[in-house]
Write a protein that binds this ligand. Sequence first.
Ligand SMILES: Cc1ncc(COP(=O)(O)O)c(C=O)c1O
Length: 411
Amino acid sequence: MREPDQSDGLDHLFTETVQETMDSSVYGAWRGIRDPEAVPLSFGFPYPDSFPNGELVSAAKSLFDAEGDCALQYGGGEYADALPEVIVDRARDRGIDCTTEKIHLTNGATNAIDTVCQTFLDQGDTVFVESPTFMGALRLLRNYGVDIEGVDMDESGLDVEALADDLAAREAAGEPLPKLLYTIPNFHNPTGVTLSAERRERLLELAVRYDFLVLEDDPYGQLRYDGAEPPPIKALDETGRAIRVNTFSKTIAPGVRTGWIIAAPSFVKQFDRINAGGEPSFTRGLIARYAEDGRLDRAVGELSAGYRERRDRMLESLDERMPPGTTWSEPDGGFFVWVEFPEGVDAEGMLHDAIDEGVAYLPGSFFYHEEGGTRNARLSFSHASPAEIDEGIAALAAAVRAEAPTIEAGD
Ligand SMILES: Cc1ncc(COP(=O)(O)O)c(C=O)c1O
């Protein structure tokens, strides 16, 4: 039985949106979908050996040597001040017209998305997201009491022509148009697909035509294992409607909790005003010190090699082991492969049996605002070792065969 809580009877004091969403699960509850015996293809975490522990220890030591107590004071010292320049240089390398006035530092990409929501969204606004999309973004958007509408995707990312049709139909019917569209253009979470360059251009045209903002979330863009990079949406933006968020979570470590927004200076001014006071200045100094002498670029190269090996192993293993009727995306980078199981397989229903077979994954339905993804799963190749990935896929294939034993006889 539940212990009485001192706050029982005080729920009416929560905001309306908290009252409406308070019974939904806490973000991260899916981390409990695991078993020490099962290969965790559910975790979209970096693999533990990828963390630069030793380099961060020496960066911290030299930060203290250079700045003494200042490194830990409010605001930090010169290295903390230098981090925006580090970000500007890297953004320019990717074709973005960037200056420090266009940078707002945050405590990771999640906090960056939240800052954008806080600045632009009123209750009842309409927000478009890819369908499926990152669970963390859905969770944040729900906090703002907005209407969330999904836009379909295909193997080239967000279906911008379906979006164009939807916008035209809404306009004709006098229905609400979006204030903001959230997209993960590179190695999308959960599908792994990348938005084509032409679609990026078209998306910006639609944003101008229908007067909405494009929120580009790009945590995986630098982790590319094949092919050429399409320009960031922000690099194509000539009207200031694109807002780009990014993070060091995937290129250094999630625990540094440091990300940033690149946007028009007038937007950045509001982000700075609204979100003042929470800066982890020590971590900023640490990252700026760590990034000196090309260390961050070297790390990205090494990480890409580690992830490429894992991605290749997952794709080979899927090819060898999955029963007919199963399909999957073939990402050029990032962390994720999106699988579609044969007809008759319910990914959520199969999960416990799959864990008993020896693998955990995230059911596709977790990534939809409404219905969808019942036959899909997100598999992460980022955390497990290549040998474990192979074991995990063998267990997944066994679970699918047990769930739908007639498959082999089919095609
Ligand atoms: C698309 C996307 N955005 C944001 C994040 C979270 O980034 P951060 O750790 O910087 O909050 C993730 C990580 O899982 C992600 O996949």
